[in-house]
Design a protein around this ligand. Structure first.
Ligand SMILES: O=P(O)(O)OC[C@H]1O[C@](O)(CO)[C@@H](O)[C@@H]1O
Length: 510
């Protein structure tokens, strides 16, 4: 049933009205068990939800909403491989990429076999590149899901990256990006990975062709050794002259693809075992999502919290603050994951929705954000729920730095909640500002895998409750089509039939 027509939705609306005076400070004073009751342990991740604008009754009603909207059966349909991406008629099986070999029977046994039959040569290739001292630079050319995941993960796992190799990521069609990377490279020392699910994306195709031309221009001959394509469209790669290919399947969405061949730069960086650990961490979270009771299921609790904030308390954005500099691309990664998945205004049947969906996601690593926009989080007029991500154990020996970092993240969560009274006004902190605290014991391939799978599943949960298709992205198509037309006009100078603003801009840039 559509979520806003369920009895639980009406009850939540009523509950939200009575909730207007909710104050975190009072809630903690009234309930000594609050921190415990609103904490959750999941594989590799501890989550403290207690500084959020919820109480036991809110969560109970949200669980009702999950039941009345059929969340569990929708989740189970995904894990059965049913075509829940209805607008594209595809299954949604990124989770299968991290499923242990031979662990499924029935219809899924064959696709799982294909996954491992593809994974093994990909990891063997990664090991071969790692052992090849001549290759010093790996350049990933891809955009969106074919860039953000691998880029985020290689950076996050920098302590595990093989010495002696540099990793570059070129995504933008802006030639400044490719030119800057190429300037520092030698053809004989470079491996280009052309990462594109469709192998039609204009930015990636343009960058790939320019990289090929540069390689040949530098005297490079052996394309099969220096170029590999990561794609579902092996034929298109071959047409470009790239014959070293690693494939995947249409049931892997672009923003869910870092576990597939798209993860090759990660596998080269951290090795076959490291990549397997990443998959294992994500798989542990898959199992938690599949089997933990809804009330003790972290992706479910987070996804429902997102619905509560968006639809009942009208908080329209969420800020991500990873307190670990290696996690600095996580906010960008999560922007695509959540906003491309859940930025939808119609239900699965194409009918317009009368309620809000994806929040705006944004953020920077801490402590940097504190000296930039945290002013607004503490004293601005809008309430922005914050999601802190912290890591207990550092990999360096600068103990005092890490203590200071952890002190800051805990203090920020505390300050947002407690606030500080001041009659003068300017120094008054209202407090009662909500935050979630995610804590990893250490940042490893396995814990990163679990953290990212957690985020994937929480996006599934809110999208499922909202009744939208979280696995298509039709909203990116119009811009692509219009860019083609404008490109032709920039070349020809023809502005006939254009609106006045577009015509004027076109004339200005020519
Ligand atoms: O991997 P591809 O096919 O080049 O697509 C790149 C990105 O473009 C999009 O399709 C959006 O334009 C994303 O969903 C995807 O991750």
């Amino acid at each position: 049933m559509r979520c806003d027509l369920t009895p639980a939705w009406k009850n939540l609306q009523q509950h939200a009205q009575g909730f207007a005076g909710f104050d975190l400070r009072t809630a903690f004073a009234a309930d000594p068990q609050r921190a415990d009751a609103l904490s959750q342990t999941a594989p590799h991740v501890f989550a403290d939800l207690s500084k959020n604008h919820i109480d036991a009754a809110t969560e109970a009603l949200l669980m009702e909403l999950a039941r009345q909207t059929g969340l569990a059966s929708h989740r189970d349909a995904m894990f059965r491989g049913e075509p829940i991406n209805t607008t594209e008629g595809r299954a949604v099986m990124h989770w299968l990429l991290r499923q242990p070999e031979g662990s499924l029977s029935g219809d899924l046994a064959e696709p799982l076999k294909q996954v491992h039959d593809t994974l093994k040569p990909m990891l063997a290739f990664a090991e071969q590149v790692r052992a090849d001292a001549q290759i010093t630079d790996v350049v990933n050319i891809g955009i969106g899901g074919s860039d953000l995941g691998p880029q985020m993960a290689v950076l996050a796992l920098q302590d595990f990256v093989i010495p002696g190799k540099r990793f570059h990521f070129v995504s933008n069609v802006d030639g400044h990006e490719l030119a800057a990377v190429l300037r520092g490279l030698k053809a004989e020392n470079t491996l280009f990975l052309i990462a594109s699910k469709t192998f039609t994306t204009i930015e990636t195709m343009t960058n790939a062709r320019s990289a090929l031309a540069w390689f040949r221009g530098q005297g490079g001959v052996d394309v099969s050794r220096h170029f590999a394509a990561l794609t579902t469209n092996v034929a298109a790669a071959a047409e470009m002259g790239i014959t070293t290919t690693f494939g995947f399947w249409d049931w892997v969405g672009g923003r869910y693809s870092m576990w597939s061949a798209i993860g090759l730069p990660v596998a080269i960086a951290i090795g076959a075992q490291g990549f397997r650990d990443l998959l294992a961490g994500a798989h542990a979270m898959d199992q938690h999502f599949q089997t933990a009771p809804l009330e003790a299921n972290l992706p479910v609790r987070l996804g429902l919290l997102d619905v509560w904030y968006r639809n009942f308390l009208n908080y329209t954005s969420r800020s991500i603050a990873p307190y670990h500099s290696a996690l600095r691309r996580v906010p960008a990664y999560l922007q695509q994951l959540e906003m491309e998945s859940n930025g939808k205004r119609v239900d699965r049947n194409g009918h317009a929705l009368p309620y809000g969906t994806s929040p705006v996601l944004w953020g920077e690593p801490g402590t940097n954000g504190q000296h930039a926009y945290f002013q607004m989080l503490h004293q601005g007029t809008d309430v922005v729920p914050l999601e802190f991500i912290a890591v207990k154990k550092p990999t360096h020996s600068l103990k005092d730095h890490h203590e200071l970092l952890l002190a800051n993240v805990i203090a920020q969560a505390q300050a947002l909640m407690l606030g500080k009274a001041d009659e003068g006004g300017h120094k008054h902190f209202p407090g009662n500002r909500p935050s979630t605290f995610l804590l990893l014991d250490e940042l490893t391939p396995a814990s990163l895998g679990a953290l990212i799978a957690l985020q994937e599943h929480r996006v599934f949960v809110s999208g499922s409750v909202w009744g939208i298709n979280s696995f298509d992205q039709w909203g990116v198509e119009l811009g692509k089509v219009l860019a083609k037309d404008i490109h032709a006009r920039i070349v020809s100078g023809d502005v006939t039939g254009l609106d006045a603003s577009t015509a004027a801009l076109l004339n200005k840039v020519r």
